[in-house]
Design a protein around this ligand. Sequence first.
Ligand SMILES: [Mg+2]
Length: 301
Amino acid sequence: MKLLFENWRNFVDSIGEAAEPTPFKSAAQKRYKAQRKRNDMYSSPPGHKNLSSGSPFETKPKRAGTDRLRFEEETELENWRKFVNEEVEEPITTLRIFDFDETIAHTRSETRVKAPDGTELTVRSQQEFEEYMRAAAAKEGIEAFDAVDALIGLGYQIDMSDFSIVKDPHEISVITDIMREFPPNSKTYVVTARQGASLGPIMDYLDELGIDSSQVRPIATQGESKGDVMVVMMKNKIMDNGKSNINRIEYYEDSQKNIDDVLRKVCEDPELDDIKPLDFELIINKVINNDGQYNIQEIEC
Ligand SMILES: [Mg+2]
């Protein structure tokens, strides 16, 4: 979509700035000008000065039909064609979706929590974080997929500021080696539960790792369900036969909670069958950390 708007902007720029080095010098242009004059297509001030009601002709008069807008240049057509054809020229059939924390990199981020009863806790791993959130949500009777907002509403102080930066990162190369190769007909996303402010630092970090971040689209779900995001992506491009253009999703993730959510919404939901291509595949690559040694466990739909 970004490319689409870029092409559109280029197209608008190119027609807006179509330069005419010698305007109205050709025989044809002189004829047009003479004709406009005969047709009296001029706005002119005479007889309309300083009317108390305000004259439409108080501004500098401008001849009609003298805008420099032209549709003559080959390049303009080229831009237009690019604008129209972007989606057609880019037959995306595979989505590659990477989580960030504990999937692309391990960071030294901590979450500091203070409950309304005064108890304090520093949480150092995602697993610990999910366990705490699950327990706190159960205690408070919260059913949201992500309980953070609701808990804050109840007076919990949850400091996740470490997650707006990439703090002391350690690359998980079993994943980044896969990420670095961009297969044809695929689109690569980083989908993180972090806040939007973290996306810039994450993209900078990818560049540091030698991963071309211009080929990666970052999405911050801010705790919303990644399964829902994938469903939207599949519904985004429906072909004439009513099926999604996406026949393969590769999902790289460490959190079992997120994996269960994606299995439920993308793999098992019968409502999605209508738009799922017959050869649809969801390949989940679970990232497992064994004391700093990272492995991939494949989970199929
Ligand atoms: Mg993670």
